[in-house]
Design a protein around this ligand. Structure first.
Ligand SMILES: Nc1nc2c(ncn2[C@@H]2O[C@H](COP(=O)(O)OP(=O)(O)O)[C@@H](O)[C@H]2O)c(=O)[nH]1
Ligand SMILES: [Mg+2]
Length: 297
């Protein structure tokens, strides 16, 4: 039996969460085209007869501009401690930046095996891949480079085979039926946040926390979900709600559908919008919303 922990790192928006969802075969982390979608470490577990791979999703690497961001950064750093392998995800369709190479070098120390996944190959010309691969020639700590597309499922099997090969012999860390360390309740809040990221622009979705007040399965099988969307400013609240409540109605309906798909059951969703000024820099608010110092990793 092979088993171990794989830290999935790389720049925000590289496609880390999408890749983990595809590897695990279920939605364990939300995804959006905006950076900073993932706020904390989340585990996704892939178990087969002869191996178990525990993927650690991380917020990624970028500059901190609030206390929440600082904690997200710390969460990424801590996630790479005590792991068996580093999976560095790089958006191959984007131009290669110096900071990506610098980050890659920091992880490619030779202490742990490191796989470099060149992601999103479905939206770039294939001819560019060998040239991109060549640009990593000088970095010695890279064990293997695999180009893939999570969206198209391309080279996913190849990646899993390589991971299994590199992981140590060992027993399972989690039970056979565990796919994530997060609860359904947590994922429901995350799905609300995901739809906010898709619906609203600029700072608004980054300044949102979702607080679940009620999450209950009723006798008739319908889930009763009551939640607060907490935003940072009064004018953000007005934008979130929109003219005659239209924007909030749309995002709530979109979120309800996502929750129903995730739970496989009908959802009765009630949403309130609240303002907590500058909560991203307030330690007690951060704790209240699940981003406490010891909760994110
Ligand atoms: N075309 C394409 N888009 C992808 C792929 N993987 C991720 N994306 C998109 O890239 C964006 C960022 O993905 P996400 O998984 O949230 O990135 P993360 O910040 O690294 O976790 C989302 O809009 C995804 O839909 C892929 O294989 N192909
Ligand atoms: Mg992510």
């Amino acid at each position: 039996m092979k088993s171990g922990i794989v830290a999935v790192v790389g720049r925000a928006n590289a496609g880390k969460s999408t890749l983990i969802n595809v590897l695990v075969g279920e939605k364990v982390a939300i995804v959006s085209p905006k950076p900073q979608t993932t706020r904390e470490r989340i585990l996704g577990v892939l178990t087969r007869e002869d191996y178990q791979i525990v993927f650690e999703d991380t917020p990624g690497i970028y500059k901190a501009s609030s206390l929440l961001n600082e904690r997200m950064q710390r969460s990424t750093e801590l996630a790479t401690k005590d792991v068996d392998l580093i999976l560095f995800v790089l958006d191959a369709h984007d131009s290669l930046k110096d900071e990506d190479v610098a980050a890659l070098k920091r992880y490619a120390t030779g202490k742990l095996p490191l796989i470099l996944a060149l992601s999103k190959t479905d939206i770039m010309p294939k001819e560019r891949i060998p040239e991109l691969v060549k640009s990593f020639d000088g970095i010695s700590g890279i064990t293997k480079i695999i180009s893939l597309s999570a969206r198209r499922g391309k080279n996913i099997k190849k990646l899993v085979d390589e991971l299994v090969k590199l992981l140590p012999e060992g027993e399972k860390i989690y039970g056979d039926d565990v796919i994530s360390d997060r609860s359904e309740r947590y994922m429901i809040a995350e799905i609300m946040r995901e739809k906010m990221l898709l619906k609203y622009d600029k700072e608004i979705p980054h300044g949102v926390a979702v607080v679940i007040n009620t999450f209950e399965k009723q006798k008739n099988g319908v889930y009763d979900v009551n939640l607060d969307i907490v935003c940072e400013k009064q004018n953000h609240k007005a934008i979130i709600i929109g003219k005659q409540g239209q924007a909030l109605k749309e995002v709530s309906s979109f979120a309800r559908q996502g929750m129903e798909k995730f739970l496989g059951a009908k959802v009765f969703l009630t949403v309130y919008v609240k303002v907590k000024e500058d909560w991203r820099n307030d330690p007690s608010r951060l704790k209240e919303f699940g981003y406490g110092e010891n909760e994110m990793y």
